[in-house]
Write a protein that binds this ligand. Sequence first.
Ligand SMILES: [Zn+2]
Length: 282
Amino acid sequence: MKSAYCVPVLMYHHVSPTAGMITTSPRNFERQIAGYAKDGYRSLTAEEFAGFLAGKPVPEKSILITFDDGYLDNWVYAHPVLKKYGMHAVLFLVTGIIGEGPVRPINGEAVPLPEIVEHKQSKVLVAAGNTDPVMLRWSEVHAMREAGTFEFHSHTHTHTRWDLTTPDRDECLRLMRKELADSRATLEEKLGSVSDHFCWPQGYFADDYIELARQAGFKYLHTTLAHGQNLKGGDPACIYRFAVRNRGYAWLWQRTHLAAHPVIGPLYNRWKSWKKSMRKKV
Ligand SMILES: [Zn+2]
């Protein structure tokens, strides 16, 4: 078996018929997942991905599918599609805003589905403490875990950007340390275990944050940096992920190939980084 040279990591947030920011429609999501399945792609577990970074071989057509935050629509719309095609995703939960109560209906069941609010509106509801119509419940987390469609990791406890709210850096680090501890404790309590994979809220991190995450027991740090390659022997503290657009499989196939290509991939990433730096100068 030829092992993958690079494993592209995909980043999703919402899969919902309610159009909005960082949202993929259920139709496009199914086209994307069905396309990967048909092409023989393997969606890795976080553990398999960690093994790859450490040098273990994985199938040549490997990807890691990640979701951030833990929205209700992941259960209602993404979970049934992953199940249908035998694909697997990794979800970074904001552990402090996951609710209680029974599982809600999912797409494909002959009952009215929960109404999914659009991203900006969902932020307003969460900020007001009205999280249940927006976020997953623990019962749904358990059901997805048992079905093998999703596995769950930490995305902090409250998703607060302490670096923006707390000018004193020592105080900021103290609050962030508590975030990490609370999130770990919640995952331990609700799921019986916690992994060493972690995802930064809004992609923000700095050297002292990395040190903090390491001290808290996290080794694999998932960023929102898109323009780099996850290679065998690569740095687990800097996992590159690209945002999946609300497009069909043809776009995603092309983007996956660009991400993984040994020659064109680095050229593309350099070009995109250069473009970004030019935009900053303007
Ligand atoms: Zn997030």
